[in-house]
Design a protein around this ligand. Structure first.
Ligand code: 5GP
Ligand code: MN
Length: 327
């Protein structure tokens, strides 16, 4: 009988003494939760794991056990990478951004719920129908009868919870809820996660939100709404990029809105755009026109332009897509 891909992946991982675990830059709850869960599971069987990211772990996820093991680096040389590299929640090297391409001698294992944009990984478990990478890590551990400790469950619950917007977004499938149920049974505390993620903000984030809400705008037909944050607003409130997590939910939560857009000026220049849709609009295809990606209902991209230009370009494409549906 053929070995299942999840058995094959786990067996491969178990053949190494040291594994590097990476995810995308500007890591979110799914990315951090998945990395920490798999790291803990591997460390428990004696495998050393090295965790790196281009960016700091956002404050909001610093309740997750082991978060401080994630080292912030600008780049990794091939010599700094373990013989085996696990990449979670990110299917292109550009999003990981720590190395260009692994050398021939490295084994790359990919676990993701995004469609890869390039050939990526020697072994891969990809399920684009999954709401989160956390659910795929849960499958990997369960299929291989790895003990899911309360710490691992907490990390994976946070992954599923955040990528479904607290079990509210259209990707809140019965599978996602079932994963939440199982993870709570394994010892994750849903109330703790909800309060850490959604009721634990620093006050100045709300000051920033107030400024951002002042920029709220929407199209005449009410189908598209947008909001922005400038570098000046960050400066005035003493906040940073991670404080804008979920800001896109505000334009999204307006009655009748199908597409929500959030624009953020980046410290390094250019603009980060977050796109969300409530049902029919495929925002990933709009994001991909600008080199970004994501899922049908949640996507993002980075545009090398001024804020005004980015808003114009993105809105034009969104309006075009809406017009296309009308025709
Ligand atoms: P967010 O708007 O929260 O940053 O991202 C929403 C989703 O869009 C993410 O889960 C990820 O799938 C995708 N995404 C965001 N930014 C980018 C980007 O710059 N490139 C790609 N390929 N995907 C992105
Ligand atoms: Mn994810």
């Amino acid at each position: 009988m053929a070995t299942s891909p999840l058995r094959e992946i786990w067996e491969k991982l178990c053949s190494y003494k040291e594994i590097t675990i990476l995810t995308h830059k500007s890591p979110d709850g799914d990315a951090i939760g998945s990395v920490l869960a798999i790291s803990t599971a591997l460390e428990r069987i004696g495998i050393t794991t090295r965790l790196y990211n281009r960016h700091d772990v956002p404050m909001v996820y610093r309740f997750l056990p082991g978060w401080e093991k994630i080292e912030v680096v600008d780049e990794l040389n091939p010599s700094e990478l373990s013989p085996c590299i696990v990449v979670l929640d990110a299917s292109d090297f550009g999003r990981v951004s720590l190395f260009k391409k692994a050398s021939e001698e490295k084994t790359v294992v990919l676990i993701d719920h995004h469609q890869p944009r390039e050939s990526f990984g020697d072994l891969a478990f990809i399920d684009t129908s999954s709401a989160s990478t956390g659910e795929l890590v849960l499958k990997l551990l369960e299929e291989n009868r790895v003990e899911i400790t309360p710490d691992i469950a907490l990390c994976l619950y946070t992954a599923v919870f955040t990528d479904t917007g607290g079990f509210r977004y259209p990707n809140t499938s019965s599978d996602a809820l079932y994963a939440g149920y199982k993870l709570a049974s394994y010892g994750a505390d849903p109330t703790l996660v909800a309060s850490q993620v959604y009721s634990n903000y620093p006050g100045n984030r709300h000051k920033l939100l107030g400024m951002a809400l002042n920029t709220l705008g929407w199209s005449e037909d009410g189908l598209v709404a947008w909001m922005e944050v400038t570098l000046e607003m960050f400066k005035a409130t003493g906040t940073k990029a991670e404080d804008t997590e979920d800001f896109v939910d505000f334009p999204r939560s307006i009655k009748g809105v199908e597409v929500a857009l959030f624009f953020r000026e980046r410290e390094v220049g250019g603009v980060k755009v977050s796109l969300r849709s409530k049902s029919w609009m495929d925002v990933a295809s709009v994001a991909s026109l600008f080199g970004g990606g994501g899922h049908k209902n949640a996507a993002g991209c980075e545009i090398d332009s001024t804020l005004t230009e980015a808003k114009e370009m993105i809105k034009a494409e969104v309006f075009k897509a809406i017009q296309g549906r009308r025709n």
